[in-house]
Design a protein around this ligand. Sequence first.
Ligand code: NAI
Length: 286
Amino acid sequence: RGKRAFIAGVADDNGYGWAIAKALAAAGAEILVGTWVPALNIFETSLRRGKFDKSRVLPNGSLMEITKVYPLDAVYDTLEDVPEDVKSNKRYAGASNWTVKEVAETVENDFGSIDILVHSLANGPEVTKPLLETSRKGYLAAISASSYSFVSLLQNFLPIMNPGGSSVSLTYIASERIIPGYGGGMSSAKAALESDTRVLAFEAGRKNKIRVNTISAGPLGSRAAKAIGFIEKMIEYSYTNAPLQKELLADEVGNAAAFLVSPLASAVTGSVIYVDNGLNTMGLAL
Ligand code: NAI
């Protein structure tokens, strides 16, 4: 049978998560997605009304099918962790079973197992603030939504991942080089995500034969990136300065992710793979 993938962090057709879903679907995988609870309604409505049909087209002309959309809020591990004001919030009260543990249980009940886990989500409420002006609360929120969310997802999905399975997340070079403007502790969160990729590759590899990698992607004008404020500048900077002077397509990251979670990459684990037109290799911009 084909492989089954759970992709956390898809809420429209613009981001890396959508492109990864498409690349995996094109390779024959069954697609399940986890969508942030506040974005769930609009995503499902848009899907149903055909708003994404153009972007669902796969290379063979067929349309990507999403077998099931799961509501997910990856900053909560169990129902006990959810504060009252969130529980009673209108957007959250309309959905159920959206903590990480509950989502993994629901997927297990629905399908038994998965082969591929994708983490394509991040959030930093103070991302527009320099680190020097970032509050403890904002910093910890960035780490919670953007780094621990991966630890939690892997913890909870590992027991239902088939041996030989694989996971991948998305990171950004601000973890290791100074990118002024990528604030609020988001640079710290990506550094944690990359370090955790190595430690989790060891632990999940030894225990469950599961591979763990992360893609350091170049700039893309996604919804999340637009919230940071200078994404157009970053795209232009990359276009001017990278070894490959071309637009970076989300599909190129999708294809790299499909390779990484496939048997073609069976000896690759614990790695940060750059998919950025080579920008990371430049020492002097010319
Ligand atoms: P996106 O907006 O398509 O994806 C981010 C997703 O995270 C959204 O669907 C949002 O609803 C979801 N999300 C936020 N908080 C959540 C939570 N608590 N629980 C569940 N879902 C939550 O944007 P993009 O840019 O494709 O982001 C995907 C990944 O790619 C992120 O990890 C991002 O940091 C990374 N990345 C993006 C780059 C860019 O230039 N766009 C560059 C390098 C990495």
